[in-house]
Structure formats: C-alpha cells, structure tokens
Design a protein around this ligand. Structure first.
Ligand SMILES: [Zn+2]
Length: 305
C-alpha cells in the first residue's frame, strides 16, 4: 500500500482541478437558477451541454509512480465544451500552448534565419457577436488571398497559428485576431498596417512584436503560445448574470456558426486541431486509484494492486 505522504502528493496534484470544479459548479448553479432569464428554453442544445459540463471531470483514475514521484490522471470524462466549460478550456490551453511552442522551437533549431512575431489585427466594434465573427472570417480570408502575391508584405509570412478573440464593452463587440508568425525577412509593420487597412475597410489597430528583442526567446515564445491559445474571456470566471449572458451569447454564436476560433497554415499547418487524449506508459511500476467528486471534494480510493 501507499504511504500517507504519497497519497497526499496525489491529492495535492489535483487541488487546482478541484478548485476549478467548484468554480464551475457555482457558475452552473447560477445559470440554472436564472435559467428563465439567461437560457431560453428553445436552446435545448445548450441545456444538454450544461448537463454534460456538470459531469465534466467528476470521475478520474489516477496513477502514482513511486520511482519518479509523479502522478498522472487517466480515464477522465471531459465534456469537451471548451466554449462553456472552465476545465476543458484550461486543459485545451495547456495542451495547445505546449504543442505550439514545441513545434516553433523545433523549427527554430533547424532554421536559424526564422523569426517569430506576434501580430494583432483588430476591427471596428460591432453591435452583435455574430457580425463581429463573420467580418473577421471574411477579412482573414482576404489576408490568405493577398498573401499569395509577392507585392504584399503578408507574402513574407512562412507560417502562422492564431486565434479569433472577442471582448465586449459598452461600445459593442470587439473582435480581433492574434497571430504568431514565422518569417525570415523582416516584417514592416507600417506596410502590414496599410494592407490590413485596405482589405478590412475597418482597420483600427495593428501590433507587431518581434520576439527576437526578448532576452529569453524560448520563454517568451512559450508565454506567447499560452496567451494566444488562451480560453476566451467568456469562459466566464465570474458568476454574475451579466458575464453569464455574454458567455451564453458567445457559446450560441460558436454553435450557430460552427465557429473555429483557432487557425494555422504554412510551416505551422495542423496546429489548430483539437487536442488528443493522454497516453500512458503501462510498463512503469505504479499505484492506482480512483477519485470521485462529491461534496465539493475529490474522494480518493486506492485500487488493489
Ligand atoms: Zn469540460
């Protein structure tokens, strides 16, 4: 059997998940109490998603590896509604940002001329989120088109991975695009600005950050990947009705438009795919057990060896 200390190490590992699970349950209980106000009953789909999200990470299997003092989780039920679920949104962020930064670092090792930049493209505010999404998708398509021609600055981009993001203020829905760019020639931000202005007819703001100027490029890239693949702010952390309404609007838009908020191309093609599930090495000695979420805590039980 495991020592008490080892079991404590297992429990400690899952404290952040436990906290997230409690936050999520609070949000859901506010949503459910206010369902007449927030959730129209036409949205049977949303109703189903909420039920599924309630069960997210309710149960998992854990394995403790005494030789390396490591704990792993497996057989977890994840609802995969990352537009709605805090747990799935955070998990996706960790998986995607690791995948992105590993890929970028591998490319940098092979090609010393490669540079990494962060580009933010924004548009004018829109009255509703559907319009903000449609307009962004349209302009993003136009970038792909002009990037084929050598006369445009966008043509210098050799690889990109990015996300579409929204914020909401009293001025409306603010849609913007974050992109991590790979290129060997220097990018001229004034030229990019002009080109974005021409194709988007609503250009507002463009920002280009060259990561070379950063002291520790690898850490910078890792943080950048974490930032660009972060969950939408409407994976609301706050459980007030106003925030939840925005979350629901965001969620419904994603569903209605089959929105794909991540995209990638060129040298970084394929990095916008949804994450895969965990792999476990079955040969290493370990203790195993299960954890079930009950009364705001995970209850741990060790399985017989
Ligand atoms: Zn989930």
């Amino acid at each position: 059997m495991m020592h008490e200390k080892e079991l404590t190490a297992v429990k400690d590992k899952f404290l952040p998940l436990e906290e997230l699970k409690n936050n999520q349950n609070e949000i859901i209980s506010v949503l459910e109490k206010s369902k007449d106000e927030v959730i129209s009953f036409e949205h049977a789909y949303l109703r189903n998603c909420i039920d599924k999200t309630k069960k997210c990470a309710e149960y998992f299997k854990w394995s403790y590896y005494p030789l390396s003092n490591k704990t792993e989780r497996s057989n977890t039920f994840f609802c995969k509604n990352h537009h709605l679920c805090l747990i799935c949104a955070q998990r996706r962020n960790v998986i995607k940002s690791n995948e992105w930064s590993n890929k970028i670092n591998a490319l940098l090792k092979v090609n010393k001329l490669l540079q990494v930049s962060h580009l933010i493209l924004t548009i004018k505010n829109k009255k509703n989120i559907d319009e903000a999404y449609e307009v962004l998708i349209k302009y993003k398509g136009k970038i792909t088109k002009i990037a084929r021609s050598k006369k445009y600055e966008f043509n210098k981009i050799l690889g990109y991975v990015g996300s579409i993001e929204f914020t909401k203020s009293e001025n409306g829905w603010h849609g913007h695009i974050h992109m991590i760019l790979l290129h060997t020639e220097n990018l001229n931000s004034l030229k990019l600005h002009r080109e974005w202005g021409k194709i988007s007819d609503a250009a507002h703001y463009i920002e280009l950050i060259d990561t070379k100027s950063s002291e520790n490029q690898l850490t910078y890239i890792k943080n950048l990947c974490k930032y660009v693949s972060k969950p939408s702010q409407f994976s609301a952390q706050k459980n007030n009705i106003h925030e939840l309404n925005l979350k629901i609007e965001f969620f419904i838009m994603c569903r209605k438009k089959h929105a794909r908020l991540l995209f990638s191309g060129g040298l970084l093609r394929g990095l916008d795919k949804e994450p895969n599930y965990e792999k476990i090495d079955l040969a290493t000695p370990r203790y195993e057990g299960i954890a079930i979420f009950k009364n705001k805590k995970y209850q741990y039980r060790q399985l017989a060896a």
